[in-house]
Design a protein around this ligand. Structure first.
Ligand code: ADP
Length: 867
């Protein structure tokens, strides 16, 4: 057996081998050591008494899914090695082989998948200068491909896709740009396959064979060699792991990256699109706030719309038209959404059924979903919007639903081999068999009564076991009373077991009826499954259609609930948001009123807005709000703004706050500067840049200088500049508007009252010259002595800055406290000091020597300061 184990294990070296033995999956050697730790199960050993016992652990076959899920969750692969013949019948060692390899990116079981997230496996390939990626989700049949010449663009795209598993070739692995990408994805499972799997010709052949076409023109990728290499490698990998053809991968979607608004991974995190910054959970994210989809497939599409907002005006308009129609007709919308509640995950159901991993309950779920279609269709026609109407044939769904209704029992069991699946009345042959086995039970009871009477032995029983089949059992003490036609079969301590000819002929009838019944039900089930597989391409299409309807009506729903308005879309680069609100913050500040703000950005006069204001005033909120509203508009959503016109934007960049990346060994300042560099190098005139407190991570003057230069650079970028919102607490930056024509100053208004600060949250034109940091510190609960002391230091610094001060003034005047040294150098400008000293000088009273000495002293001072 161990020999057989090794032959199989050798082929699946990178997977944990689940080796089926009876009711268990056993793992051996290193696999057992790894798995027992992760699964927290006991590590035992086989051949305990040998010199080198074999480490081993096992999990019950029926509970395997949960254990597999945990291993997959750790990025491991599991090869399922099953018994290929019935152990009761097999001669010698039972034949075994791997029937499927489950990897993090190759999952179809609902239990192992998140309902509203795609589960992608991605392959990356190079062809000369081109880099191609393709990715698929076998649980839904989604299969996409894209290409670029720019590796960093592909890296960004890979992050946006968020694959669970990546496949590269052993050659590509050595490419520095690819290995950088892989390093950035440390949590994902990386599978290295032989370069041969990435061959262009073979890949193309695989694809043609899979889609049953003669060219790839129809999929828009015939000319994309790198893309074809990657897609071919994916198909190769699917075959290797699934051990079957994947019929439901029936098409491939090629897309161009510039047809979508790109929000890079950092900005996605900063803007809290899918998860919040603190914990990463969905709570408080944009997705969580605006996703009102009902079906699982709608949920997955909604997430995609959010990550892939459009850049094509016509496509955005089509979505907005549909949302508007659904918003204005709440009655019909509610009716549609009600119907959607009975639609199951058609994409995943279809895939499970085609791959043969389904049971009768999946078919019942499919039936309910299909039965909802006519009603949904009739409601949708009331919207009177062509994009909301199903233009395909609905007849075949009727027929299929009808077939399922007639055939499949609602209360069918989870297994499909033991009968109980098919309704009475569906098949005459089956009904006869069922009657036979049911009647058989009654006949047995009758026989028992009859024999008791005939023998006079009341304790006589008719029983069944696997070895003898049906038999009569009677206590030994009554052996003599047994009639001659009873054939003794077995003697127990207290009883004898007999068979009779009558019982045997009954047995063969009944047993075979039960067996035949189960087999027949299984056959019928498979026939029906075959019908579904034939219809599956249409089921997948209707699933995508329903997902779309779900998203559109969900957008209408949220617009209605939260008072969002339809944005205008323009291509002039204007971003005008009147009375805009932050969609998430407005929901979080329960009880408080969210103050709406108006923002006007364009490429002519109001391109770089410098927004000043104290901490906590609402700078970040207004910045993110603009980014989120642009993104929502381009995904086809209404937005929280009284009126708006959104210019098509190609990328949104953000540099927000100081994220703590120390765990990855990078300093916050370094991260900040890398992000800034990325923005400066990649933004275009059509981009929107959000800069929040850049330069905070270093010393004041460094930070301010960098912030200043960055703002200037963005204003002058490629001679045309880029729309930028620049929040800063360096009020000095407001001076930029004097030299740069398209810079405008704004601040978020606050009022001071009784030494308290009141936030008005209103964005107003003009700069500020105060930062109110101490008032904010008090609000935050900093103890009074610290507040008082900082006020004192502040006034001293301010005095010095005005040139009236005396430098050694920074000593504490309160005698009861030790006078701590203050880092005055940080605050002091040598020029200010010199000017104030010069002002004090009375030259008429000085000799030339005095003057020279003084000059030397001054020089000395300045030199030592700059050290
Ligand atoms: P800053 O970036 O200026 O430090 P934030 O944007 O982080 O300030 O805002 C601080 C808090 O103020 C937010 O968490 C929110 O609760 C509240 N806030 C911000 N903008 C508004 C607004 N327009 N209306 C009401 N509350 C707001």
């Amino acid at each position: 057996m161990m020999q057989q184990y090794w032959t199989i294990k050798d082929q699946y070296g990178d997977a944990i081998l689940f080796y089926r033995m009876g009711d268990f999956y056993e793992m051996f050697f290193e696999d057992a050591e790894i798995a027992s730790k992760i699964l927290e199960i006991t590590l035992t050993s086989r051949n305990k008494n040998d010199e080198t016992p074999i480490p081993m652990c096992g999990v019950p076959f029926r509970a395997a899914k949960g254990y597999i899920a945990r291993l997959i969750g750790q990025g491991l692969k599991v090869a399922i090695c099953d018994q290929l013949e019935d152990p009761d019948v097999a001669k010698g060692l039972v034949k075994r082989d791997v029937v499927r390899v489950i990897t993090p990116g190759m999952i179809i079981e609902d239990e192992l998948l998140d309902e509203k997230t795609d589960n992608f496996v991605l392959a990356l390939a190079k062809d000369h200068d081109d880099v191609g990626i393709s990715y698929l989700d076998i649980s839904t049949g989604v299969f996409r491909l894209t290409e670029s010449k720019d590796v960093s663009t592909i890296c960004e795209e890979t992050l946006r896709i968020g694959p669970r598993e990546i496949i590269i070739s052993n050659m590509a692995q050595q490419d520095p740009s690819v290995s950088r990408l892989i390093d950035g994805l440390s949590e994902k499972a990386v599978t290295v396959v032989d370069e041969k799997a990435f061959s262009y010709h073979q890949g193309r052949e695989y694809l043609l064979e899979q889609f049953k076409t003669r060219s790839l023109e129809g999929f828009g990728c015939e000319h994309l060699r790198a893309g074809i290499r990657s897609a071919g490698a994916l198909l190769y990998y699917v075959r290797e792991t699934q051990k079957q053809k994947i019929e439901h991968l029936s098409s491939l979607e090629t897309y161009r990256l510039d047809t979508f608004l790109l929000v890079d991974e950092t900005s996605c995190r900063n803007l809290e699109l899918l998860g919040n910054l603190r914990t990463g959970s969905r709570q408080g994210s944009l997705l969580n706030t605006i996703d009102r989809t009902i079906t699982a497939m709608g949920g997955r599409l909604f997430r995609r719309w959010l990550r892939y907002p459009l850049t094509d005006v016509d496509r955005i308009m089509l979505r907005l038209d549909a949302v508007e129609a659904a918003r204005n007709n709440s009655h019909t919308r509610n009716a549609v959404r009600d119907c959607l509640k009975s639609v199951y995950d058609l994409e995943r159901l279809g895939s499970k059924i085609t791959m043969g991993h389904c049971n009768a309950r999946d078919l019942v779920a499919l039936k309910h979903s299909l039965q909802a279609l006519p009603e949904i269709g009739s409601f949708l026609s009331q919207f009177d919007t062509p994009t909301m109407e199903w233009d395909g044939d609905i007849g075949m769904f009727h027929m299929l639903a009808d077939l399922l209704e007639r055939a499949i029992r609602e209360d069918a069991p989870l297994t499909i081999q033991e009968g109980g699946l098919i309704k009475v009345g569906f098949s005459e042959e089956l009904d006869e068999l069922i009657a036979m086995s049911r009647d058989g039970k009654g006949w047995l009871a009758e026989l028992e009564a009859r024999e008791k009477k005939a023998t006079g032995v009341n304790s006589l029983k008719v029983r069944y076991n696997k070895v003898f089949g049906y038999y009569i059992e009677a206590p030994k003490t009554h052996s003599d009373a047994m009639p001659a036609h009873y054939i003794r079969k077995q003697t127990l301590v207290n009883a004898e077991r007999y068979i009779t000819d009558e019982l045997k002929s009954f047995e063969s009838k009944v047993l075979s009826a039960e067996d035949r019944r189960a087999t027949l039900e299984y056959d019928i089930f498979n026939r029906i499954k075959g019908e579904i597989v034939k219809t599956n391409p249409s089921i997948q299409k209707v699933a995508q259609f329903l997902a779309r309807i779900d998203c559109l009506t969900a957008l209408a729903e949220i617009a209605d609930q939260n008072d969002y308005m339809r944005p205008e879309i323009n291509t002039d680069g204007l971003i005008l948001i009147e009375e805009g609100r932050h969609p998430v913050v407005e929901k979080m500040i329960a009880g408080e009123r969210f103050v709406p703000n108006t923002i006007h950005l364009d490429n002519h006069e109001n391109q770089v807005l410098i927004i000043t204001g104290p901490n906590m005033a609402g700078k970040s909120t207004v910045l993110r709000q603009v980014a989120l509203l642009v993104l929502m508009a381009q995904m086809g959503s209404f937005i929280p703004a009284a009126r708006s016109s959104i210019g098509i934007t190609d990328r949104i960049f953000t540099r927000v706050g100081a994220l703590d990346n120390l765990s990855q060994g990078q300093s916050t300042f370094m991260v900040e500067m890398e992000e800034t560099a990325n923005i400066l190098n990649n933004s275009t005139a059509k981009s929107l840049v959000i800069m929040d407190e850049i330069g905070r991570g270093t010393s004041t003057y460094d930070g301010m200088s960098i912030a200043w230069a960055v703002a200037e650079y963005l204003h002058d970028l490629k001679g045309v500049g880029v729309k930028t919102l620049f929040a800063t607490h360096y009020h000095e930056l407001t001076a930029l508007s004097q030299t740069k024509t398209r810079v405008k100053n704004f601040n978020i208004a606050v009022r001071e009252w009784n030494d308290q600060i009141i936030f008005l949250r209103k964005l107003v034109a003009g700069g500020t010259n105060r930062s109110y940091g101490i008032q904010v510190a008090r609000l935050a609960g900093v103890p009074d002595p610290v507040i008082l002391r900082s006020k004192k230091i502040l006034s001293t610094i301010e005095e010095t800055e005005r040139g009236a001060g005396n430098l050694p003034l920074f000593a504490d005047s309160r005698q009861d406290q030790p006078a701590g040294p203050v880092q005055i150098d940080l605050f002091r400008k040598p020029e200010g000091y010199m000017i104030s000293e010069l002002k004090k000088l009375d030259i008429t009273q000085m000799t030339p020597l005095d003057a020279l000495n003084y000059l030397s002293e001054l020089q000395e001072k300045v030199r030592s300061d700059s050290n």
